[in-house]
Design a protein around this ligand. Structure first.
Ligand SMILES: [Zn+2]
Length: 115
C-alpha cells in the first residue's frame, strides 16, 4: 500500500468480530514467541553453549516479530488491539487514530525496518 489509509468500523458487532479476530491472531503470535524464547532459555543451560542453534532461534524470533509489527493486529505505537487503524505508508505500519494524531510527526518521519 502506498497511500495513507484509515479503517474505521462503526458497528459494535463488527468491532467485536474484528477485535476477536485480532485477539486470536495475537495469541497465536504470542504463543510462538514464547515457545522460541523458552527454547532459547533452555539452550543457556546446555554446555557447551550451542551458539549456532541460539542464533537460529534469535533469527526465528525476529522473523516472528516482523509478522506482527507491520500488521493491522496491533497499533505500531501503543500495541493496543481494539481500535480503528490508520496506515502510514512511510514506515509501512498501522497506528490507532489516537497515537497517529498524538505522534504524527514522529510517525511520519519514522523509517521502515521492514524490507
Ligand atoms: Zn496506538
Amino acid at each position: 500500500m502506498k497511500l495513507k489509509r484509515e479503517i474505521s468500523i462503526k458497528s459494535p458487532r463488527l468491532r467485536a468480530i474484528r477485535n476477536n479476530l485480532r485477539e486470536i491472531l495475537y495469541l497465536e503470535w504470542d504463543k510462538r514467541s514464547r515457545a522460541i524464547i523458552h527454547a532459547k532459555s533452555d539452550l543457556l543451560d546446555i554446555k557447551p553453549f550451542q551458539e549456532e542453534k541460539f542464533d537460529e532461534l534469535q533469527e526465528k524470533l525476529g522473523e516472528n516479530d516482523i509478522i506482527i509489527m507491520p500488521s493491522i493486529i496491533v497499533c505500531g505505537w501503543c500495541h493496543h488491539r481494539d481500535k480503528d487503524a490508520i496506515y502510514n505508508p512511510s514506515n509501512r505500519q498501522w497506528f490507532c487514530p489516537d497515537c497517529y494524531n498524538e505522534h504524527k510527526e514522529e510517525i511520519l518521519n519514522a523509517e521502515s525496518y521492514i524490507y
